[in-house]
Design a protein around this ligand. Structure first.
Ligand SMILES: [Zn+2]
Length: 96
């Protein structure tokens, strides 16, 4: 195991293999954001990247990369009531 500093929150964390740029907590938060993004894109096909940015807080360039890069197909998240609540909250915002 090696140690790296998270580029996002600055926390030092241990990793094996190639160093990931962010710690597991930040990675998890990012995956959850992308998961919410995916649910929104599936449910509301007409939303623009600007709308998605407003609802999820994910930067527009990341939204475009995620959609265009096919990263939407598989996002590793642990489904939980908390995550489901965040999805529902985002859906409510998207409905306006
Ligand atoms: Zn972090």
């Amino acid at each position: 195991m090696n140690q790296a500093r998270c580029k996002k929150c600055g926390q030092v964390f241990a990793f094996a293999g190639l160093p990931p740029p962010v710690c597991p907590a930040c990675q998890k938060a990012r995956n959850e954001q992308l998961y919410i993004l995916r649910m929104l894109v599936r449910e509301f096909k007409g939303l623009s990247a600007a709308d998605l940015n407003r609802i999820t807080g994910v930067p527009v360039n990341v939204i475009l990369q995620t959609i265009q890069g096919g990263e939407m197909d598989y996002i590793p998240v642990e489904e939980s009531p908390e995550l489901e609540a965040k999805v529902q909250e985002a859906m409510a915002k998207a409905r306006g």
